[in-house]
Design a protein around this ligand. Structure first.
Ligand SMILES: C[S@@+](CC[C@H](N)C(=O)[O-])C[C@H]1O[C@@H](n2cnc3c(N)ncnc32)[C@H](O)[C@@H]1O
Length: 393
């Protein structure tokens, strides 16, 4: 799509509305009807937008009015994460949104401040303008079609979300466009925030920067790098939508001991931020193995930073012993998770005698370097019974 085609599409709102209202499977008939009234290329573009708008609903509350490219939508920050990031920049005046894409971050950054939005993809820039208008934040935005490396930056701070896709395929965590080194170099002149892949190696971040790992509803979404002018710690785990945030706090190493009756599976943002020790200390928990992130305790661990499970069976990993536990506890639905242990989870599930009303989780891991299995139910699971005892071995 070119910027001109975006304008042509926006000039026929009825076509966009009809495409979005067409139920899946009805495109062929609706397309034939619409092509009698509109340019066929526009009809095709409208159906593509209808698909993007439906998919965009998981990222944007106003997706049904927005416009996207496939790559632009895939790479766009979700509204929730973008708002969280923008909230940390409150108090800073004019900001540059470098590599603004279709405007996922722009709609949050431009609320109540001036923004210089830059992208070298003229279509993305046009879509960012439209999307900022949808969110009614476009008034203070200046749009610039340019290479971000070739422009002056008359701003108080810079946000940069480099491209991590090329020709439709995903690049590695450090391979970005513009390159990560160039992005990090901006901090020599201006407070800088760089969005990065959550798999970014810790060694790629220079000393003095903060790496914030952000998860949404337990899914790790991204890393965000805050330059020394903005950093408040070396690392941080932030959980959305709650906004709960965990920071480093030095202390004694956690004790390591056999699994107890309760197990905490830390949120992936906590694990990636290297804050399992901090979380364990704050909860009075222990580790079941020095290299495994699971925490354990004698009492339920109530925290936003992980999922607490009641251990109903804890034993060395042998399929026939696990099968005995599955049958004894009438487990019919089993989620199998691995931590530090290889194995085909679907195959393991298939080979267990599942049947009965109980839903459970099988944790496959290592304890004192031995393959270990724990059958667990959620802390608040309705089938949990106070008479159950962990058949610990
Ligand atoms: C990850 S997307 C930005 C997503 C955006 N933050 C959002 O939430 O919608 C990256 C964008 O960088 C742009 N880009 C890549 N290299 C660039 C460069 N050197 N100068 C300007 N834009 C660039 C691409 O055109 C693409 O639109």
């Amino acid at each position: 799509m070119t910027p001109g085609e975006v304008d042509a599409l926006l000039a026929v709102p009825a076509l966009l509305a009809e495409a979005l209202a067409t139920p899946p499977g009805g495109e062929l008939a609706a397309g034939t009807r619409l092509r009698t009234r509109f340019d066929p290329a526009l009809v095709a573009a409208a159906f593509a937008q209808a698909e993007f708008r439906r998919r965009g609903r998981s990222k944007f509350t106003r997706s049904d009015e927005m416009l996207f490219t496939r790559d632009g939508l895939e790479q766009a920050s979700t509204e929730l994460v973008a708002r969280h990031r923008a909230s940390r920049l409150a108090g800073i005046g004019r900001i540059a949104d470098l590599c603004c894409g279709i405007g996922g971050d722009l709609i949050a950054l431009a609320a109540g401040r001036e923004v210089l939005a830059v992208d070298r993809d003229a279509t993305h820039l046009r879509l960012a303008r439209h999307n900022a208008e949808v969110y009614e934040v476009g008034d203070g935005v200046t749009y610039l079609d340019a290479d971000v490396r070739e422009i002056p930056l008359p701003v108080e701070a810079v946000f940069l979300d480099p491209a991590r896709r090329s020709g439709g395929s995903r690049l590695g965590p450090t391979a970005t466009e513009p390159p990560l080194d160039w992005a990090l170099g901006l901090a020599a002149h201006l407070p800088t925030v760089v969005k990065a892949a959550p798999g970014l190696p810790h060694g790629a971040v220079p000393p003095g920067w903060e790496t914030e790992f952000v998860s949404v509803a337990g899914d790790l979404k991204e890393a965000c790098l805050w330059s020394p002018q903005l950093a408040t710690a070396a690392s941080r785990a932030t959980l959305l939508p709650s906004g709960a945030t965990l920071l480093p706090a030095p202390g004694d190493p956690l004790p390591v001991a056999a699994p107890g009756p309760w197990l905490l599976d830390p949120d992936p943002a906590v694990t990636r931020a290297g804050l399992v020790q901090e979380l364990g200390r704050s909860l009075g928990a222990w580790q079941i193995d020095p290299r495994i992130a699971f925490l354990s305790s004698d009492a339920a661990l109530r925290t936003p930073f992980g999922r607490c499970h009641r251990v109903i069976s804890s034993l060395p990993f042998r399929l026939k012993d696990i099968a005995v536990g599955v049958r004894a506890h009438s487990i019919g639905a089993l989620d199998v998770r691995r931590r530090g242990l290889a194995g085909d989870v679907d195959d393991i599930r298939r080979r267990l005698p599942l049947g009965g009303p109980v839903r459970a989780t099988l944790m496959l891991t290592r304890v004192s370097d031995r393959p270990w299995a724990m059958l667990c139910v959620d802390d608040d699971h309705p089938s949990e019974s106070s008479t159950w005892k962990a058949d610990t071995q």
